[in-house]
Design a binder for this molecule. Structure first.
Ligand SMILES: *Cc1c(COP(=O)(O)O)cnc(C)c1O
Length: 385
C-alpha cells in the first residue's frame, strides 16, 4: 500500500507562507525527463534523451580511467575543500592566477553563491527574457528582484529571441548587483558578439558584477564570439562561469567553476559549503581537462549533428533558431506540450519551452547521428498526428 503523504492537512501550507518572500511564487526548475522515468511510465524500452544538452560521446575516457584508479583511501576521506589540484590545472589551462578560480558543484552553484553573496531584499539582478531559469530561482532565493529585459525580436536575422544588450543596460540602476548573460544563451542557442559584450562592459557601472555564463563555450565556432576569460583581464567586474557538464561530458559528476577577480573569489570561498565538490568529481574534471582530443571529437560530432538536425527541420518546413551550440530550438507551430508528449510516446525526450515563455517551441539537444535521425522521424510523425 502506498504511504500516505505527509503532512496530510491543508492547513500546514503555512510552512510555505513561513518561507522567505518570493519562494511561494517560485516554480521549481524543470529538468529534462530522465530515461528511466519514461521507460517506467510508458512501458517502452528504447528511449533516447535529447533534453539536457549532454554529450552523446559520454565522458572523456581519460576521466573515466582516472576515476577507476581512485583508491579506497581517496574515498574514505573528505575531499580537499578548495580543490587545489583542479584549480592548479585550470590555472595552467587558462593562464590565470589560481586565486581567481572557485570550483563549484556544477556551474549552477556559482550562480547560487553569487546571488547569496551579492543580493538581498532591495537589490536586483538583470537577466534577459527566455533565459536559463536557474538565474531567477537563485535571485529570488537570495531575496533579490529579477529584472528581465525584453529579448531581441523573433525576426532578428541572427539572434531571434537573443539577449538585447541595450535593453538589459537600461534596467541597471544603483541597486543592481548582478547582470547575467548566457553566451551562448540557453534555450535560444543564440550568442552575442564581442563588440556587443565590450559595449555592455564599458557601459555598466562598477557596482554591477557581469556574470558571463559560458557553459557552451567549447561548441561555438563563430569568428565574432568573445572569449570571456581573455576579456576578463580588462574588466574586474566580469565573472565567467564554465562547466564540465557539457562538452566534457561530466554532467553526472557536477563540477563547474567561476573565474572572477580574486576578491570576489575570496567572498565566494567564505560562503561555499566546506566540501562542495566530491573527490571523484575533482579527479574526473582534472583528467578531462587534459583530454583535448575528446573535446575536439565532441565539437566535431556536434557540428555534423547540428547540421543534420537543422537540415531535417528545414525539410519538415519547421522554423528554428539558428544555433551556435549543441541544441536546436524549434517552433513547432502548435502547443509545445502536445508535441513533447507525442515525442515521449515515441521514445524521444526533448524539452518543451513553455516555462521559458516560448509556448510553441521545443529544444532538441544534438545527439549522435542515429539519435538525430530517430528524433527527426519521430517529430515528423508527431506533426502528422
Ligand atoms: C547546462 C547549463 C549550465 C551548466 O550547469 P551545471 O550546473 O554546470 O551542470 C549552466 N548554464 C547554462 C545556461 C546551461 O545551459
Amino acid at each position: 500500500m502506498a504511504v500516505p503523504p505527509f503532512p496530510t492537512e491543508k492547513s500546514t501550507g503555512r510552512y510555505l507562507d513561513l518561507a522567505n518572500p518570493g519562494l511561494a511564487e517560485l516554480t521549481p526548475y524543470q529538468p529534462g525527463k530522465p530515461i528511466g522515468e519514461v521507460q517506467r511510465e510508458l512501458g517502452i524500452s528504447r528511449v533516447i534523451k535529447l533534453a539536457s544538452n549532454e554529450n552523446p560521446l559520454g565522458p572523456s575516457p581519460k576521466a573515466l580511467a582516472a576515476v577507476r584508479a581512485a583508491t579506497n583511501s581517496d574515498l574514505a576521506l573528505y575531499p580537499e575543500g578548495a580543490a587545489p589540484t583542479l584549480r592548479a590545472a585550470l590555472s595552467d589551462f587558462h593562464d590565470v592566477n589560481p586565486e581567481r578560480i572557485t570550483i563549484t558543484d556544477g556551474s549552477d552553484q556559482a550562480v547560487q553563491l553569487l546571488a547569496s553573496a551579492y543580493l538581498r531584499s532591495g537589490l536586483n539582478a538583470v537577466i534577459s527574457r527566455h533565459t536559463f531559469s536557474a538565474y531567477s530561482i537563485m535571485i529570488v532565493a537570495a531575496g533579490g528582484e529579477v529584472r528581465a529585459a525584453p529579448a531581441l525580436s523573433p525576426s532578428h536575422n541572427t539572434q531571434p529571441y537573443g539577449h538585447d544588450v541595450d535593453a538589459m543596460l537600461s534596467l541597471v540602476d544603483k541597486n543592481t548587483r548582478l547582470l547575467f548573460i548566457a553566451n551562448p544563451a540557453n534555450p535560444t542557442g543564440t550568442c552575442i558578439d564581442e563588440r556587443s559584450l565590450l559595449r555592455l562592459l564599458r557601459a555598466v557601472p562598477s557596482h554591477v558584477l557581469v556574470v558571463l555564463d559560458e557553459a557552451y563555450y567549447e561548441f561555438v565556432e563563430w569568428r565574432d564570439y568573445p572569449d570571456g576569460i581573455r576579456i576578463s583581464r580588462d574588466f574586474e567586474n566580469l565573472i565567467v562561469t564554465r562547466t564540465f557538464s557539457k562538452a566534457y561530458g561530466l554532467a553526472g559528476f557536477r563540477v563547474g567553476y567561476a573565474l572572477s577577480n580574486s576578491v570576489v573569489a575570496d567572498v565566494l570561498n567564505r560562503i561555499r559549503l566546506p566540501f562542495n565538490v566530491g573527490t571523484l568529481a575533482q579527479i574526473a574534471a582534472t583528467a578531462a581537462l587534459k583530454d583535448s582530443e575528446h573535446v575536439r571529437r565532441t565539437v566535431e560530432l556536434n557540428r555534423v549533428g547540428r547540421q543534420q538536425l537543422q537540415a531535417g527541420l528545414a525539410r519538415l518546413d519547421l522554423s528554428f533558431i539558428p544555433s551556435v551550440t549543441n541544441f536546436v530550438t524549434v517552433d513547432t507551430g502548435r502547443d509545445a506540450n502536445v508535441v513533447f508528449e507525442s515525442l515521449l510516446r515515441k521514445g524521444v525526450i526533448v524539452r518543451p519551452l513553455i516555462p521559458y515563455e516560448l509556448p510553441r517551441h521545443i529544444r532538441i539537444s544534438v545527439g549522435a547521428p542515429d539519435q538525430n535521425q530517430i528524433a527527426l522521424a519521430a517529430l515528423e510523425a508527431a506533426l502528422n498526428e
